[in-house]
Design a protein around this ligand. Sequence first.
Ligand code: MF3
Ligand code: CO
Ligand code: CO
Length: 259
Amino acid sequence: MKTEPIIILSTRELDKMRHVGRLAAKLLQHLEPLVKPGVSTLQLNDEAERWTQAHGAKSAPLGYKGYPKSICTSVNEVVCHGIPNAKQILKEGDIINIDVTLIVEGYHGDTSKTFFVGTPSPKARKLVDVTEKCRSLGIAEVKPGARIGDIGAAIQEYAEAQGFSVVRDFVGHGISNVFHTTPDIPHYGTRGRGKRLRPGMVFTIEPMINEGTWEVEVLSDGWTALTRDRLLSAQCEHTLAVTEDGVEILTLPEGETFF
Ligand code: MF3
Ligand code: CO
Ligand code: CO
């Protein structure tokens, strides 16, 4: 368990987080049209790395705790941390989460989205819609004085009411000039529990929502996490800051609004 105090970012640091967050959102938008049947997950990785370097940024995952690639590509039953691979070719009907984290001037922007390859099945569409709604409901809880448990409770209530489950083994996290720090942000929990949010805190909300069981299994590569029942899993992620009167989404794509 991480026990360090929760960092409050300065105005100058928040500016850097805004800048790198916006760039990470732009990278996801750049990759979206490449998601098509016949494309390998390694091709997506290599284009992400090329684009990242061309924009003067660094890929945070590459070499992080030994992670071998620049992005995570989690297809169908893979919950998170799928490793891009030349032999993994996307096919019609797949869902794929692409998770990117960039570093600019030492600060991190972390965001992900689940894309459809061609036309999704009705159950895949519902899972992805519910997952995006879960993230929005979690973000809507963020304001000074709210508690971390309020975020997870909002997400869990909605996911379970829709017949899905919430992954426990991976959580959102504090992020700034380090990739993963305090606080942990569980996507399940109890209202009124946990630390209070304060202006200047920065963390991710990144619910992983499963069609069946919430239990996961990690492959012998040490990274790839998949559902124990091999049913579908979806995820989406934003990096956000607590403001004086609510929340600012740092990885919101240009032209999108939240409230
Ligand atoms: N981007 C992931 C997250 O949301 C972390 C990936 S760590 C890696 O926290 F090493 F797998 F890349
Ligand atoms: Co994250
Ligand atoms: Co991420």
